[in-house]
Write a protein that binds this ligand. Sequence first.
Ligand code: F8G
Length: 224
Amino acid sequence: MSRIDVCVAACADLFLGSGEILASPMGLIPQLGAKLARLTNEPDLLLSDGEAYLLGENGIEGWLPYRKVFDVVAHGRRHVVMGANQLDRFGNQNISCIGDHDKPTRQLLGFRGAPGNTVNHRTSYWVPKHSKRVFVPRVDVVSGVGHDRGFHHVYRVVTNLCVLDFDTPDGSMRLVSTHPGVTVEEVLDNTGFPLDIGEAGRTREPTPRELELIDKLDPDHARD
Ligand code: F8G
């Protein structure tokens, strides 16, 4: 078992208890997580390919074009796992640009579905390289909306080091668990703002059955 398998299982756990909702995992690790969840605890999860189809174990199992995605977004029965170039302690996300908005040093993806996602339904983030470059005191521009800007449900952040949530009185970020082999200090050293470390535990290891499934889902180890 490697660290990345722990990350995949942590992404699967994002969907625990979801039932029949649309999972929209962006990127390989969240995708493996959502597929793993569907094969284990959450058989009713609907998996989109991020474009126009619903995917099952045996290929395409439904048609979900853009306009229908927007219906689902507005209805709220969806959980998206997005990426983030920057995230602050209230879960504001930036995937749009770096630097002064009038003259950015880097133009990134744009706002995409992030604002609508965060105001309509549960949103989580996957950060493959936990660093102070990503976990910043203040994002340069808000793409995904955080807890200090109204009532939203930014649920969790899974990184290569730990799992974080916002289950604090003011909705600021809290350390839920560090992955096996990672210390709390390592997380704090790589986070650009104070973090509630409460009673942080250890992220669970995937079961032997889950490891088998992860290998089946990703036989070439693209996850590494
Ligand atoms: C930085 C930083 C930083 C990057 N600080 N510099 C530099 C300083 C870096 C590089 C350069 C580029 C529902 C829905 C939608 C839809 C539906 C509606 C969504 C219609 C679908 C289509 C749509 C949004 C989904 C995601 C994003 C997933 C990732 C990426 C990434 C990396 C964002 C993390 N902090 N950061 N730089 N999308 N992608 O040194 O400099 O900038 O850097 O939900 O879309 O529209 O709506 O981003 O950047 O979730 O997670 O991987 O752009 O690849 O290459 O790292 O090298 O050029 O010098 P990236 P990267 P240089 S929902």
